[in-house]
Design a protein. Structure first.
Length: 418
């Protein structure tokens, strides 16, 4: 589409979404159903694999059902029976079962690897949504009627709305709202995930060893492919300062900081160089006063990361995608009105999850001499907070809003850019 053609009158709203992980494809699903024409641009050359299991609880599970993806998601689930914590010699200390708390407990009953969930969402939307891999937004300029976007690969196109679903380190956020330091809250911990051969005899039980004294832990999780397992390392690191894209530096940091950790840690570290997937990042939240600016809106971790310590980043992304598309369509695609309704509906739900994330992170802090005592987690206040974090948003049914689950058109996936 040339620049001039793109300024012709059109009635179908054209939306560009940055990021094809969880929030992006979930939003594409709902935008398409509500009648928009959707393009998703993903920086990586292909869908990114990897990541630990992510959970879908409460309203997020309801959204998966409304997407018609319940069966597809359940088919890709990890089917974890529960978790054991173990000491440095592998002796079991505590046990949590998946069916505790009606399936909404520590191990949720819908638990799926992040990469598998991303694949389910992509497969569901790839026909009828334009996906561009290996490219990104290099610049944009908005006016009263639309947004002119320049892609790093050289294309120039005009959209009615641009949504940033490009994660914790969102470039779109930095471009439109301000520098990362203004919005990122580092919780003082680092997490790393990668897959390893299942030489640990794992069946359906997850095993975790925590060293309270040093604030470090190692975890092994069974996955659908029984020949492999997902490993996770966790460390307290208030001084963390490694580029989130410099994998070699991240692996070096992990080796150095995990030295001396007991149980299976040395065997897991031995696979650092032969793993096909590796992800390490700081445990951080994104806190913003507003998630929209004119015709640019943020969604998922880019807008409101609650950190992996909340166990709800995926849930927030799925629910946010449903609400954002619904409110935009209900507002007749007026970005100001739609985004305002999206923000006011989502904010209390987001804040409850961010509070859980901060509290969970504090339980992992290395206790120093001046450490504040932890709150009493057995109190009613905590159950109430957990309730708000799981179910604390009423999902409108958007009954008067267009909803076409009609068969999609042919695939329009573009070739990878430079
Ligand atoms: C590889 C990976 C592994 C993860 N592992 C875990 C995990 O184990 N546990 C956990 O709790 N959370 C994990 N997360 C985060 C989790 O996916 C999110 O908290 C949650 O699902 C919300 O997702 P999101 O789509 O908002 O953001 P993200 O999942 O972070 O996805 C952002 C997407 O945007 C892409 N992107 C980045 N910059 C640009 C750009 N400029 N232009 C276009 N695209 C861009 C990224 O490549 C990525 O695909 C992981 C994320 C990734 C990317």
């Amino acid at each position: 589409m040339s620049g001039d053609d793109s300024k012709q009158e059109h009635t179908v709203p054209r939306v560009l979404v940055a990021g094809a992980s969880v929030a992006g494809p979930a939003l594409a699903h709902w935008l398409r159903r509500r009648g928009a024409e959707v393009t998703v641009v993903e920086r990586a050359p292909e869908l990114r694999p990897g990541g630990q299991a992510v959970d879908a609880r409460g309203v997020a599970r309801e959204v998966i059902g409304r997407m018609g993806l319940d069966a597809a998601v359940r088919a890709a689930c990890t089917d974890t029976a529960g978790a054991h914590t173990v000491d440095a010699d592998g002796q079991v200390l505590e046990t949590f079962r998946a069916d505790d708390d009606g399936g909404d407990g520590f191990i949720a009953d819908i638990e799926i690897l992040r990469g598998d969930l991303s694949q389910v969402l992509y497969d569901d939307t790839r026909e009828g949504v334009e996906y561009i891999f290996g490219d990104r937004i290099a610049g944009l300029a908005q006016d009263a009627d639309g947004v002119d976007v320049v892609f790093a690969g050289g294309d120039r196109r005009r959209f009615d709305l641009v949504v940033g679903a490009d994660g914790l380190h969102s470039e779109l956020r930095a471009m439109v709202f301000g520098p990362h330091e203004r919005f990122l809250r580092h919780l003082g911990h680092v997490l790393a995930f990668y897959s390893v051969p299942n030489e640990f005899g794992l069946d359906r039980w997850l095993l975790e060893h925590q060293d309270q004294g040093s604030g470090r832990s190692v975890l092994l999780r069974p996955i659908q492919d029984a020949t492999r397992a997902m490993a996770m390392f966790y460390l307290a690191a208030a001084d963390f300062d490694v580029d989130h894209r410099d994998i070699a530096a991240q692996k070096a940091l992990l080796r150095e900081r995990m030295a001396g950790l007991g149980w299976s840690a040395p065997d897991v570290l031995a696979h650092l160089d032969d793993t096909p997937d590796f992800y390490l990042d700081q445990v951080a939240q994104v806190v913003m006063d507003r998630w929209s600016s004119g015709r640019v809106v943020l969604l998922g971790d880019a807008a409101f990361s609650s950190s992996p310590m909340s166990g709800q980043g995926t849930g927030l992304a799925l629910v946010g995608a449903y609400v954002l598309a619904g409110e935009l369509a209900a507002a007749g695609w007026d970005p100001g009105a739609g985004a305002a309704r999206y923000e006011s509906r989502m904010r209390p739900f987001v804040e409850a999850n961010q509070e859980i994330g901060r509290l969970n992170a504090r339980t992992r802090d290395v206790p120093g001499p001046d450490a504040e005592p932890l709150p009493d987690f057995t109190g009613e206040w905590f159950m109430e907070l957990v309730g708000r974090a799981i179910n604390g948003i009423e999902l409108p049914d958007y009954a008067g809003v267009p909803d076409s689950a009609a068969p999609a058109g042919p695939p329009v996936t573009s070739p990878a850019g430079p």
